[in-house]
Design a protein around this ligand. Structure first.
Ligand code: H79
Length: 575
């Protein structure tokens, strides 16, 4: 025991020394990490796979334990898990056909079940009737199929007796737990995975937010794994620095892994810190029959928006209990791949910008080329992109035949005739007179800048929470929103411009498109609210031009909604 303690403290001292070196001078393996990060960023598009015995219950992986499925039943599911149609080469072929360059599979999700043959637990695939090591077969298939193999690992573990929290969802507590011993289990398994199936591209951690995991655990695990494989790329969920589902990292915490992880949402434009949006192709992470599947337009525009924001896109499928990826999902992925066959050069190995992504579209760049992906131009006018500090020397329309591009002092005018607008994205290549990545990134307003707002107010704010207050609809950021309490059927949001201004157009983006059923845009004249526009549905891209009014206060007055309305942007324009 004495020896054990000495050993532990020695280890801790070494870890502390390493941590000191890591945080205050040259990061451990900095060059390997940097080049591995750059290689991974160039891949841009990957496949996420959430799978396990729970697929038989068609409920959500990890979270349904102790909720929709009693824990005692959940924990026995592996005894009948027999995915006889599992074919690793087939999965890898689907990823490749989709244009995905890497793959991340759940080695162990929150439910604790191990999809691989582990020496440290019997709750694994070798205890199932299937008895085939999924990770061994998949990593081999990836290597021969030219797709980089990576692993997801849940830090929290509702099943393991040493991990303090239990299902449902961590609300239960285990009687006899031992976090120090559990930490050894994590180290044993994560190193076992590298040794057996590595080298890995990424270590994709998750479930770090619960109390038992500390920043110290995160730092120690990060250093431990980088020592085994210096080229590993580790996500920010190894530590305690993540801002919830937004996935960004708190700046105060030096060791926040190598990149940020927005979940089920598109991350904000960022070139400073690598990031990756993870998102499901349907609603669940695990398979569910007839789960609503995203349209091809949604899938591709999400990919384009992410890449245009300089992020990677990790797109999830949950294979079925028989081992196959659902055929309609395979078909959707192949459709994405066919688009990428044509436009892959504008995606892989590019960086986001210089025109920041939004409802209008997105842009990527490489060497002297800028690729524009236009989703929507104004209905009644050419699209005006802001001015950039470079001269356009050539333009080439990659989808439409005729697109007029005119570089003026106030910006770049793109005239895309209606019949030449592509259903997914009109792609236009600009060649500039310098390295495109060096051009300062600029936000895009299809009609020029909206009128500045001095103050906002609203009839209702979702749970009174600051992150949903009305200013979020006037911050020129489509990622944030004003929200109202669930069950709200009518509501208003007001923009106070500080002084009377000429207003003749508005742009509104509803976050959950389809809730608003009737509305007016009103302005205050004396002590009377008068309408300047009336309408029924809004959707995520409502644009209106009306007879100009001079006023200081404007309201979007929603008179009928199916559910609490929520608005990403409410912008006013003077021309
Ligand atoms: O594996 C998939 C999901 O099962 C898993 N992450 C993806 C990749 C997932 N775990 N939790 N969640 C999804 C949602 C949990 C959200 C919350 Fe929280 C946990 C809310 C409060 C605690 C995350 C951590 C957001 C704030 C803190």
């Amino acid at each position: 025991m004495q020896k054990f303690i000495q050993l532990m403290s020695l280890r801790r001292a070494v870890a502390a020394a390493l941590l000191f070196v890591f945080t205050l001078s040259i990061p451990l393996g900095a060059s390997e990490t940097e080049s591995a990060l750059a290689d991974w960023q160039a891949k841009r598009f990957g496949m996420f796979i959430h799978w396990g015995p729970v697929s038989a219950k068609v409920t959500e992986i990890g979270w349904s334990r102790g909720a929709q499925v009693p824990a005692s039943e959940y924990d026995q599911l592996y005894k009948t898990f027999d995915p006889v149609r599992f074919d690793a080469d087939e999965w890898v072929a689907v990823a490749r056909e989709a244009g995905m360059k890497y793959l991340v599979i759940t080695s162990k999700h929150h439910d604790g079940f191990c999809l691989f043959d582990t020496a440290y637990s019997d709750y694994d695939i070798m205890g199932s009737p299937f008895k085939r090591d999924i990770l061994a077969e998949l990593s081999a298939a990836c290597r021969s199929g030219g797709v980089e193999f990576s692993v997801y690992y849940s830090i929290l573990d509702w099943y393991h007796p040493d991990y303090p929290l239990d299902s449902p969802g961590g609300r239960g507590k285990k009687a006899a737990h031992n976090m120090a011993r559990y930490f050894e289990y994590v180290k044993n398994q994560t190193s076992e995975i590298i040794e057996k199936y590595g080298p890995l591209g990424l270590y994709w951690f998750d479930g770090e937010w619960e109390k038992p995991w500390t920043k110290e655990h995160g730092d120690a695990l990060y250093l431990f794994l980088k020592e085994i494989q210096p080229s590993l790329v580790i996500n920010n969920r190894v530590g305690k620095a993540r801002h919830g589902m937004a996935g960004t990292s708190k700046q105060s915490n030096l060791n926040a892994g190598d990149y940020d992880t927005p979940e089920q949402r598109i991350g904000g434009f960022s070139r400073e810190r690598p990031w990756e949006t993870c998102m499901t192709i349907c609603k669940q992470w695990a398979w569910k029959p007839e789960d609503r599947m995203k349209s091809l337009e949604e899938c591709l525009r999400t990919l384009i928006h992410v890449v245009g924001g300089d992020g990677n896109f990790l797109f999830n499928v949950g294979p079925m209990p028989d081992g196959r990826i659902e055929p309609r999902q395979v078909e959707r992925l192949r459709e994405m791949g066919r688009w990428l066959d044509t436009f892959g050069d504008c995606v892989y190995g590019t960086r986001g910008g210089p025109f920041m992504p939004g409802k209008w579209g997105a842009s990527t760049c490489k060497e002297e080329k800028i690729n524009l992906f236009v989703f929507r131009a104004p209905h009644d006018a050419p699209l005006l992109l802001p001015a950039i500090d470079a001269k356009i020397v050539a333009t080439k329309a990659l989808t439409a035949e005729t697109v007029r591009v005119e570089q003026r002092d106030d910006g770049i005018l793109l005239d895309i005739p209606a019949q030449n607008r592509d259903a997914i994205a009109t792609v236009i290549e600009l060649t500039v007179d310098r390295e495109a990545f060096a051009i300062e990134p600029v936000p895009v307003h299809r009609r020029g800048k909206p009128i500045a707002v001095k103050k906002t107010s609203a009839s209702n704010v979702f749970q009174g929470r600051k992150e949903y207050d009305p200013s979020r609809a006037a911050d020129d950021n489509e990622q944030t929103r004003w929200a109202t309490d669930s069950g709200t059927k009518s509501a208003w949001i007001e923009l106070d411009l500080g002084s009377a201004q000429r207003v003749s157009a508005a742009w509104i983006s509803e976050s959950y498109a389809g809730r608003v059923q009737a509305f007016t845009i009103d302005y205050l004249s004396g002590d009377q609210w008068l309408p300047c526009c009336k309408g029924t549905t809004l959707g995520d891209d409502f644009e209106v031009v009306f007879d100009a009014v001079n006023a200081r206060r404007f309201r979007l007055n929603i008179t009928s909604a199916t559910e609490g309305p929520t608005i990403a942007e409410f912008q006013l324009f003077g021309r």
